[in-house]
Design a protein around this ligand. Structure first.
Ligand SMILES: NC(=O)c1ccc[n+]([C@@H]2O[C@H](COP(=O)([O-])OP(=O)(O)OC[C@H]3O[C@@H](n4cnc5c(N)ncnc54)[C@H](O)[C@@H]3O)[C@@H](O)[C@H]2O)c1
Length: 280
């Protein structure tokens, strides 16, 4: 029997990437999982691969009515809702300089990354209240905590997700509903290549660029390793289960330590200071 036997979860954006990793792990732990995604083809396949505990539900998370129907679906299909992972997100069009951005995709990025998370939190809390509580986990980004250039609207939405989640936690705690955030960074999925290497045609050149880029990102992490979807799934298992029953309103970075601060570069002049003890 898995740790989440008898529990019911919804994971948005579960047809690929981080959402797929999360849904897989929740299923392995015995939960019934609704695979909620826009991508019908991949979503159906994921649900079939995961077995009878998983069911696909096609949705665009930027649509309020669809999100309400999704949460009602989980209840009617499995009788309750315990874990909601608002994970679906897009990077939007990248513009290296702010002056070049005409914000053509502003409404789409905000609609999915922020509005979808806000409505998903409200609708999940509504259903969770009926079964005595639950855990909502909203996927932000390290880029929602520290500033970065390029994906201007993306960063703004991811930052807002953190603040909104804290506000929501204050309110729905009285229903025993917890709301926490995860801030991933450098997890190996397709989103970074689409955002950073969209100008390079798919193939060896793009792959090579992504290897270089991911190596560069690791130089900014205290832990010199690549992050994978399983690393996020582990955090979800903690925040989604009763292991974290006393935790709400929290942001958990899963980022190789990047949000801890600036890593000193190998060639930094500060590295040459032997320190007071060595001089004594
Ligand atoms: N991969 C990383 O390193 C990283 C870092 C920081 C934050 N994140 C965040 O993690 C989340 C998942 O990212 P990922 O890397 O797995 O991306 P991904 O592109 O690999 O997968 C995203 C999934 O969301 C689905 N989706 C997109 N728009 C949707 C919509 N309107 N309605 C329903 N489903 C929709 C897609 O079909 C896809 O299955 C995103 O919110 C992203 O911003 C990822």
């Amino acid at each position: 029997m898995g740790e989440l036997s008898g529990k019911v979860a919804i994971v948005t954006g579960a047809a690929a990437g981080i959402g797929l990793g999360i849904a897989t792990r929740l299923c392995q732990e015995g939960a019934n999982v609704v695979i909620a995604d826009m991508n019908d083809l991949d979503g159906q396949k994921v649900a079939a691969d995961l077995g009878p505990g998983a069911v696909f539900y096609q949705i665009d998370v930027s649509d309020q009515a669809q999100l309400a129907a999704l949460c009602d679906f989980a209840k009617s299909e499995f009788g309750r809702l315990d874990i909601m992972v608002n994970n679906a997100g897009i990077g939007g069009q990248r513009h290296a300089h702010l002056l070049d951005d005409n914000f053509a995709d502003f409404n789409r990025v905000v609609g999915i990354n922020l509005f979808g998370v806000m409505v998903g939190t409200r609708e999940a809390a509504r259903v969770m209240k009926e079964n005595g509580g639950g855990s909502i986990i909203n996927i932000s980004s390290a880029g929602g905590v520290v500033a970065a250039a390029g994906n201007w609207t993306y960063h703004a939405t991811k930052s807002a997700v953190v603040f909104f989640s804290k506000c929501a936690a204050l309110d729905v705690g009285s229903f025993n509903v917890r709301v926490n955030c995860i801030a991933p960074c450098n997890i190996e999925t397709a989103i970074l290549a689409r955002s950073m290497a969209g100008h390079i045609p798919e193939g060896p050149e793009r792959d090579e660029y992504m290897v270089t880029l991911r190596k560069y990102i690791q130089t900014r992490q205290p832990l010199k390793m690549q992050g994978y979807v399983d690393d996020i799934a582990e955090a979800i298992l903690f925040l989604g289960s009763d292991r974290s029953r006393y935790i709400t309103g929290m942001l958990m970075p899963v980022d190789g330590g990047q949000l801890a601060g600036n890593v000193r570069p190998e060639n930094s002049p500060m590295g040459r200071n032997p320190g007071i003890n060595a001089a004594a």
